[in-house]
Design a protein around this ligand. Structure first.
Ligand code: AMP
Ligand code: MN
Ligand code: MN
Ligand code: MN
Length: 299
């Protein structure tokens, strides 16, 4: 598949903190011209079969996907996995363990919010969670908007759910090494998600990229909904510097909340190896080609 490809390899469904089903996301991606798609729910691959089937049925190529929460130098980093075997036992167990602490964390968040004068947040957030194992800050944000505490979810994060704010709870996620290893051993490619979002010093960022590489990580998101145009250039340079392939994904969560729509970002800048080049034999080719679409490339 060529470098210039409408690939969207990062988005969320109701299986984590998105508001659309895997089927609705597939249809929306297809309608927006996405040619290669991956659903990357947080710490959870329960939606993969549905997403792959929906993509196949409407003539869209598919890669399995996940976004793993990692703790690195006391910050949360997200590692996207693409093209892995979703039946791999070590990956499934690792994701299960990573999800495991979310219930207690949510109760602690709720206690913090109660002390700040907002009662009932645990039950309120749970109502928004399509998957009770995957209760996230986003579900709390939706509850606080619904109850009129804030105008939108961005305001909730700013005032209540980020470090130092009443609903924020320190949490230890997977290690970088474990997350990359689970993805690699399941036959996939590990990708550093939205690197510009982290608040690392340049030394810490260098350590993140170096350690990620040394564990077998192979890609970095260059074009993502969380980056500015200037950051596309910065991380295209970083990809070349570290010899990493480049990925592209909207990080779409919801028609009402997301600033970036599926399949609408600029293409990857030139002179980069697209991650889908590393994953050619992992792409699940569509069983039907939609009218006017080009024929499968023969992988
Ligand atoms: P969690 O995994 O429970 O910590 O939730 C993280 C999710 O919250 C991210 O994947 C985003 O969807 C959302 N999120 C994190 N920070 C912000 C923010 N500042 N504004 C809006 N949404 C955010
Ligand atoms: Mn999210
Ligand atoms: Mn993320
Ligand atoms: Mn994401």
């Amino acid at each position: 598949m060529p470098s210039i490809l409408n690939a969207d390899l990062h988005c969320h469904s109701v299986v984590s903190d998105g508001t659309l089903t895997p089927e609705a996301l597939a249809a929306r991606a297809k309608a927006n011209g996405v040619e290669l798609w991956a659903l990357t729910d947080h710490d959870e691959i329960g939606g993969q079969q549905r997403a792959a089937a929906a993509a196949s049925a409407i003539g869209m190529h598919y890669l399995t996907g996940v976004e793993i929460s990692v703790t690195f130098v006391a910050q949360t980093v997200h590692i996207v996995g693409l093209g892995f075997d979703p039946e791999n036992p070590a990956l499934k167990l690792g994701l299960n363990q990573t999800r495991g602490g979310r219930g207690q964390r949510a109760m602690d968040m709720s206690d913090g919010l109660a002390k700040a004068g907002i009662p009932g947040a645990y039950d309120g957030a749970l109502k928004f969670a399509g998957n009770h194992e995957l209760i996230s800050r986003t579900h709390f944000a939706r509850f606080l908007v619904e109850s009129g505490v804030c105008r939108d979810t961005y305001e909730v994060f700013r005032k209540y759910l980020t470090e130092g704010k009443p609903g924020f709870v320190e949490h230890r996620w997977a290690s970088l090494k474990d997350a990359v290893t689970w993805i690699r051993e399941a036959g996939g490619v590990a990708v550093i998600a939205h690197p510009a979002r982290y608040k690392f010093t340049s030394n810490e960022e260098f350590a993140l990229f170096s350690e990620f590489k040394s564990h077998g990580g192979q890609g970095v998101e260059v074009v993502t909904g969380s980056h500015t145009a200037a950051e596309y250039i910065t991380y295209a340079d970083t990809a070349r510097e570290f010899g990493l392939a480049a990925s592209r994904g909207s990080d779409f969560h919801s028609p009402d909340e997301s600033h970036t729509e599926l399949g609408t970002l600029p293409y990857l800048p030139g002179k980069l190896t697209p991650v889908w080049e590393l994953l050619a034999d992992r792409i699940r080719h569509a069983s039907v080609e939609s009218p006017g679409a080009s024929a499968p490339t023969g992988h």
